[in-house]
Design a protein. Sequence first.
Length: 222
Amino acid sequence: MAESPLVAGPLYGVRTWTVVGEPGAERLAGPESGARWPDGGAWLEAICPHEAHRAPQHDCMCGIYGLHPNIHNARDVLASRFVLAGVVECDGAVEVHAEGFRAERGRPHAFALTPLRNPALVGRLAEAYRAEVAEVRGPAELVAWCRERDLGLDTAAVDRLLGPGAAAQSHRERVRRSRRLVAGLLAWLVLSVILALAAVAAMPDPKGPHDVFGRAGRVHIK
């Protein structure tokens, strides 16, 4: 499709937040923008920082982000302990993409409480944002939690909006990007080792008498 379709909310997806503030008075911020999310069940309205238009806008990156609740996205949002994963509720105009969506406004709907999370912290944030707590042990249970409550678009719904096979094609492209990234990192590591070995090999041997220390003690070499 030339443009991603706009649909009317509400629409739910998984995402992450950064936890900011003093202990006991924590609040949420966007992990990239740093924008504070209002508490008390209020909506965060998307504002484009570059153009004077209503978010979301085609060919722009503005909007409140969410990811479709599938196993791949759930694994991504739960991967880091430095951000808090959960479910976002979005409303207004929503632009749907193969992996997720951008919306006019959003607010936290639930926070994921995994075995490695601080339950007291998650509970305080849930109370502050009037959100639920989803007690899950991993990505599969987070997806099941969403499916049981009919939250988010499944693969069939995404394909109906974007065209047959859109979700699968997006996943294949995502896998290819990941493989290219891993290959690039491996190539960089190999090159670094080769350059380090070359630098060591190019160093001249010390001339004249010198001492070598080992398990047997000091040996004087002439």
